[in-house]
Design a binder for this molecule. Structure first.
Ligand code: TYD
Length: 409
């Protein structure tokens, strides 16, 4: 495969009746943080354009970057974001409580990253992590979790099945937006869970993306911006039924979707589908209006930051999430406006942000520099971060939430 290729048909239904609703231009990869010596080398940039399928209503990228480039080495660690780690520990325990009945039961996690969820339940059942990033898989193994470093596929599912038997639960959090061949994933999982297992996955919800969340969740790793409406069609086309859905407060709002072959369908599913219809998630105009909102907010945030700099104040970016790099690059917010970014992920510290080349440092630097303003790039953890930084706020530092409409708290 070339570094990327352009699809001409919808990855979900095969239609060519696709409409470009948002063009973010040429963008670097959102997790491709750079070493100092790489700053002067040419940086890969790829088109970041969002398309609406007029036949199945899915929202997706058609410029697909080679997953080997995106996921073989990964700077992102679940354990670096405390609220996320806590969420997955709690989710793991809930799933074990509801679906695991014996120590012999198997729970497989697709894209289990550094093993936070499985570690929480590994005394209760057999666990297996499947994650393509070698560096992250190694951290998971060190926690005593059997981890296979590969991309999940129908073939991988067959191999797991022959070596480990059926899984009682397959979990896949924040990966169902990342994989082009979703039918292959559903088919593989269907084989693996057999007649009475369940497939539970969390994925960010397009209703939140265009509402209270932020467009910055759009980057090359996220090929899809899912609705339940589209996921239901897809699951059914493979012979799985979605039997439950919950909204969880992760990455703004994510859907937790439950699928299986033979479970009774709960009322939550129809209720949620009706809610999506009311929001117009099946209409192209909804996404064109979203694109206009982004462009209005761009002007608003740039004006706000420019004015603060004119007053001679210091602004730093709080967090260096992937989404922050979409925001910084599309809005062209660089080192002239932000002195540095702080991030709790050790792997990111000492590196530079893709595209805008802003240094990423440890949060210890905050106490030393006492910035006047923080641009909260990790806005999805606003509650936890504001609580953690209460002292800084009492001393006069202010937080700016960049999306969906920039505001100073
Ligand atoms: P996250 O929002 O989970 O994801 P994405 O990369 O998909 O946009 O990333 C949050 C980032 O913010 C992660 O790099 C860790 C960092 N972070 C902090 O620096 N401080 C904090 O208190 C928290 C919660 C996260």
């Amino acid at each position: 495969m070339e570094k990327y290729y352009h699809r001409t048909a919808c990855s979900i239904c095969g239609s060519r009746n696709l409409s470009l609703v948002l063009d973010l231009g040429q963008m670097p990869l959102a997790n491709a943080f750079l070493k100092k010596e790489e700053l002067f080398l040419p940086e890969d940039k790829f088109p970041l354009c969002v398309y609406f399928c007029r036949d199945c209503s899915s929202l997706q990228l058609l410029d697909i970057v080679d997953p080997e480039i995106l996921f073989k080495y990964y700077d992102y660690l679940t354990s670096a974001s405390k609220p996320l780690a806590e969420h997955f520990v709690w989710m793991g325990k809930e799933l074990a409580e509801e679906f695991v009945s014996s120590q012999k039961d198997l729970v497989v996690e697709i894209g289990g990253n550094d093993g936070v969820l499985l570690e929480a339940i590994k005394e209760k059942c057999r666990v297996l992590n499947i994650d393509p990033a070698e560096n992250v898989a190694e951290i998971s193994r060190r926690k005593g979790i059997e981890t296979i470093s590969c991309f999940f596929s129908e073939g991988a599912a067959e191999k797991i099945l022959s070596e480990h038997g059926n899984a009682k639960v397959v979990v896949a959090n924040n990966v169902m937006a990342h994989i082009e061949n979703l039918k292959g994933i559903f088919s593989g999982v269907k084989k693996l869970i057999g007649e009475d297992g369940v497939f539970v996955f969390e994925v960010h919800w397009v209703g939140n993306l265009i509402g209270e969340g932020g467009f910055d969740q759009i980057y090359h790793e996220h090929i899809f911006y899912h609705s339940l409406t589209v996921l239901k069609h897809l699951a059914e086309s493979i012979g799985l039924k979605i039997f439950d859905i919950k909204i969880v407060p992760i990455h703004g709002q994510s859907m937790r979707v439950f699928a299986a072959k033979n479970f009774e369908i709960r009322s939550s599913v129809d209720e949620f589908l009706a809610k999506e219809k009311n929001l117009g998630l099946d209409k192209e105009e909804t996404f064109l209006a979203f694109a206009q909102k982004i462009s209005d907010n761009k002007k608003r945030l740039i004006d706000m930051l420019g004015q603060i700099k004119e007053e001679g104040k210091m602004i730093v970016g709080y967090g260096a999430p992937a989404k922050g790099n979409t925001l910084l690059n599309y809005f062209q917010i660089g080192h002239g406006l932000l002195d540095f970014l702080t991030d709790t992920t050790p792997l990111k510290q000492g590196l530079y942000s893709p595209g805008m080349h802003i240094p990423v440092v440890s949060p210890d630097k905050i106490d030393e520099k006492r910035p006047d303003y923080f641009l909260l790039l990790a806005w999805n953890y606003a509650d936890a971060i504001l609580a953690k930084e209460q002292k800084m706020i009492e001393k006069g530092s202010k937080f700016i939430i960049p999306v969906p409409e920039a505001k100073i708290l």
